[in-house]
Ligand binder design. Structure first.
Ligand code: PNS
Length: 160
């Protein structure tokens, strides 16, 4: 079975992420969307909430499952028989750091990274920008799945 992982923070998942997840699901037998835990970053959504949002928005993709991991991504890959990491590249500014990580991951474990060019419709998107715009009342319709938009607005209201 050809299995890939789409790693990220997903705080929260955006339409840009979803595009990469869907395209990965078309290329591999199974895709694991792994929420990587970064203990030094407090997110807007908890890891469990991010997983729930991801489960909801990928429910139409039968070969996608959601998981979380604390530690090195390559350890997750080795433990789960995953040979490839799929990532979206939005712009040249992503490239330096992504290349560095891809080469480190290859060196550590032999796992390859496949880069996909982000759909130009979403090339300016990031979870941080979505949170910032939504926090200040900007409209993020069409930039995140509708379910995510509602949960995002609810969380922002709760946080006051
Ligand atoms: O959505 P993000 O925050 O841009 O995703 C970055 C992420 C989580 C994919 C990256 O930081 C990562 O792989 N972290 C796991 C820890 C790890 O393996 N670090 C070494 C990378 S060479």
């Amino acid at each position: 079975m050809r299995r890939a992982v789409c790693p990220g923070s997903y705080d929260p998942v955006t339409n840009g992420h979803l595009d990469i997840i869907e395209r990965s699901a078309g290329l591999f037998d199974e895709v694991v969307v792994a929420v990587l835990v970064n203990k030094s970053k407090k997110g807007l959504f908890s890891i469990d909430e991010r997983i729930e949002l991801l489960r909801t928005v990928t429910a139409h993709l039968p070969n996608v499952r959601i998981d979380s991991w604390y530690g090195l991504l390559v350890e997750y890959c080795t433990e789960n028989g995953i040979a490839a990491i799929t990532k979206g590249l939005r712009a040249v500014s992503d490239f330096d750091y992504e290349l560095q990580m891809a080469q480190m991951n290859k060196r550590l474990s032999g796992v390859d990274t496949l880069f996909m060019s982000t759909n130009p419709e979403y090339s300016f998107l990031s979870s941080s920008l979505i949170k910032e715009v939504a926090t200040h009342g900007g409209d993020v319709t069409g930039l995140v799945p509708e379910h995510v938009r509602k949960e995002l607005l609810r969380r922002i209201r709760e946080n006051g």
